[in-house]
Write a protein that binds this ligand. Structure first.
Ligand code: AHM
Ligand code: MG
Length: 336
């Protein structure tokens, strides 16, 4: 039997609190709230097949996409967990049109953190029992604690992130996060409801052999991406590479980080900014990728340095093993 690591996520969060100068424990409490909410969402995702929660909720989110019932539920669970515990002063969610201010009557108003969240990413996979995920990102507010939270607290560059992570509801449920000191992964023991440190110091292999992209959109891709795909498929050296695309960013990213690979969601003729959202999806994944030795760009620019202008802004996304992303960038440059 494999040896079990008995360090729990709860213990790990407390241990790491000392890494932060003048820590008040506020970030630890915030991470603990996310940990708890993820267990509740995990429970709901796991019974998706039997409960009456598969399918569409009948309304559309701000991007005009149909919301799945579980999207709505996961959104509520995270917002409840974070607001009830008074650990953040504001939350922006991919599922909500605008950011939420946590009510001024409670202590949350004094909190120095805001959270941005994609509560259930890849939700079209739920109906078919394929892995989905939660992505979160934490910033220190730029406005004064005690005053109403403002849009500028959320529209920060990714380099300002204090912490970021994801939960993957897969064949096992894992939470993977960084506070800027590397990336650690914890696996949920469902019988105990406890996350254990299972993947310490996760690192992207420098190079890889997996490319993940929705090739169904090939004809609409920029020429640089088309050429890179042909490069991946060419029989030469360590190529052809293998194509793997789950259609669930968290899962594709997680696999690529462990095995080595690149994920691309480029611009297309119809969507010049791609599909993925800078604040809810790309920045947190970019922070994790860089902390794990990988690389993340929009094909030309470092994702973490892009100045956001709106909450639901989209951006083309190239993310993964450093050498693979650099090669893809070369192809983009050639066609600029
Ligand atoms: P969502 O936030 O609406 O779930 O969309 C994000 C998802 C990513 O997880 C996934 O990689 C991508 O959209 C798949 O898009 P497509 O079906 O266009 O390939
Ligand atoms: Mg999403």
């Amino acid at each position: 039997m494999a040896e079990q690591n008995f360090q729990t996520l709860g213990e790990f969060i407390i241990d790491k609190q000392e890494d932060f100068q003048y820590s008040t424990g506020e970030l630890s409490r915030l991470l603990s709230a996310i940990r708890l909410a993820s267990k509740v969402v995990n429970r709901e995702v796991n019974k998706a097949g039997i409960a009456n929660i598969i399918g569409k909720a009948g309304n559309e989110n701000i991007q005009g996409e149909e919301q799945q019932k579980l999207d709505v539920l996961a959104n509520e669970i995270f917002i409840e967990a974070l607001s009830q515990r008074e650990v953040v002063c504001g939350i922006a969610s991919e599922e909500n049109d605008d950011f939420i201010e946590i009510h001024a009557s409670c202590n949350a108003h004094l909190s120095k953190y805001v959270v941005l969240i994609d509560p259930l990413d890849g939700s079209s996979n739920i109906d078919v029992n394929v892995s989905v995920g939660t992505i979160f990102s934490i910033y220190r507010r730029v406005t004064e604690p005690g005053t109403p939270v403002a849009l500028e607290d959320f529209l920060q560059k990714g380099i300002n992130q204090i912490a970021a992570g994801y939960v993957v509801y897969g064949s096992s449920t894992m939470i993977v996060y960084t506070t800027g000191n590397g990336v650690n992964g914890f696996t949920l023991d469902p019988s105990l409801g406890t996350y254990y440190l299972s993947h310490p110091s996760m690192k992207f292999p420098e190079n890889g052999k997996i490319y993940s992209i929705n090739e169904g959109n090939y004809s609409k891709f920029p020429q640089g991406v088309k050429n890179y795909i042909k490069y991946c498929q060419l029989e030469e050296g360590d190529r052809p590479y293998t194509s793997r695309y789950i259609g669930s960013l968290v899962s594709d990213f997680h696999r690529n980080m462990i095995k080595g690979g690149i994920y691309i969601y480029p611009s297309t003729a119809q969507s010049p900014h791609g599909k993925l959202r800078l604040l809810y999806e790309c920045n947190p994944m970019a922070f994790l990728a860089e902390q794990a030795g990988g690389k993340c760009t929009d094909g030309y620019r470092r994702i973490l340095e892009i100045e956001p202008t709106e909450l639901h802004q989209r951006v083309p996304f190239f993310c993964g093993s450093r050498k693979m992303v650099e090669k893809a960038e070369e192809f983009m440059q050639q066609q600029k």
